[in-house]
Design a protein around this ligand. Structure first.
Ligand SMILES: O=C(O)c1[nH]c(=O)[nH]c(=O)c1Cl
Length: 313
């Protein structure tokens, strides 16, 4: 079965890729993604300057393989590292490149977007409005006015199709408000739903201790336990966005089954985070095979036949 897709004007031979933040901080990790069955790759969210991130332990899988908690604190090499990578990238290799940016301020985001604009590269920018792990920094994705004000500055600078990484929303009014904002910007080509479910607390019952060190153990939740929230966000924006805007799913994909569900919910591509962290890049081959088996069993030849076709009662 054909798992290819197009997003923001670039073609992915396989709709599976990594979630920003996992296995994508360093060039060697990005090469592992290129060498895998993933159809594309997205870099670790970049800030103006390089960052070490929060003290460790800052990531932990949850017991029973239900998910993960993280408070990495935006460790990255600084945007110029990823700009150089994007300049050297072989855009004829068959897999497109997505670059994630997470400025600590609008000025930082503006400076980074201007630098990528001036470099005039085929990579696609994904602006991260949803990092939940910077002490004292509210997620921009939860401040509708600030998010719109930022987009009014950044969208014209970027000047070509780009995407936004969104936090999970839990209120229909927020789906309505956020989608109404995004529909105002012609070059928002897609939204990625969802980032981790912010500020969960994982505690080990034997040691009576939080699993991670930063922020008294508070961190973003990912993995299978966030699947239904992720499906809802994917479908909510799929129903609300217009003019061909697409949704990339992220959240709870451990097998072909969850990837299939996300496509039913409306996803054009599917990112894998926690399961990639736990299993390694072989996850892309496995999930691709499982998804193709499901499609064959159901008689689907390509994903367009069932994308967004979730039935309601
Ligand atoms: O702590 C992080 O680096 C982090 N962790 C997340 O779960 N989502 C993000 O967008 C980021 Cl930037």
């Amino acid at each position: 079965a054909d798992l290819s897709t197009s997003i923001a004007g670039v073609k992915l031979p396989n709709l599976l890729l990594n979630a920003s933040g996992v296995n994508c901080r360093y060039e060697n990790e990005l090469q592992q993604l290129l060498d895998s069955s993933a159809g594309s790759l997205v870099t670790k969210s970049a800030t103006l300057n390089s960052r070490d991130g929060n003290p460790e332990p800052r990531y932990a899988p949850l017991a029973g393989q239900i998910g993960s908690i993280n408070s990495m604190g935006l460790p990255n090499q600084g945007y110029e590292y990823y700009l150089e990578y994007a300049k050297k990238f072989d855009y004829n290799n068959g897999k497109p490149l997505f670059i994630s940016l997470a400025g600590m301020s609008l000025a930082d985001n503006k400076a980074m977007c201007e630098a990528f604009r001036d470099a005039n590269l085929p990579c696609v920018l994904e602006i991260n409005f949803s990092c939940p792990n910077l002490p004292g920094k509210p997620q921009l994705g939860y401040d509708m006015e600030a998010m719109e004000a930022a987009l009014k500055v950044l969208a014209p600078i970027i000047g070509k199709p780009f995407g936004i990484k969104l936090p999970p929303y839990f209120d229909i009014a927020h789906f309505d408000q956020a989608a109404a904002i995004f529909n105002k910007f012609d070059n928002i080509a897609y939204v990625t739903c969802i980032n981790s479910v912010g500020n969960g607390l994982a505690i080990d019952w034997e040691s009576e201790t939080a699993l991670i060190k930063p922020k008294d153990g508070f961190g973003g939740l990912g993995g299978l336990m966030v699947l239904q929230t992720s499906l809802a966000n994917v479908n909510a924006f799929y129903r609300r966005l217009n003019n061909g805007k697409q949704v990339i799913a992220c959240g709870g994909v451990t097998s072909g089954k969850e990837a299939f569900l996300h496509i039913l919910a409306g996803a054009s591509a599917v990112q894998i985070g926690t399961q990639l962290q736990e299993e390694g890049t072989g996850v892309f081959e496995r999930v691709s095979k499982e998804l193709q088996e499901i499609m064959a069993a159901k008689g689907y030849k390509n994903v367009e036949e069932f994308r967004g076709k979730v039935k309601t009662l």
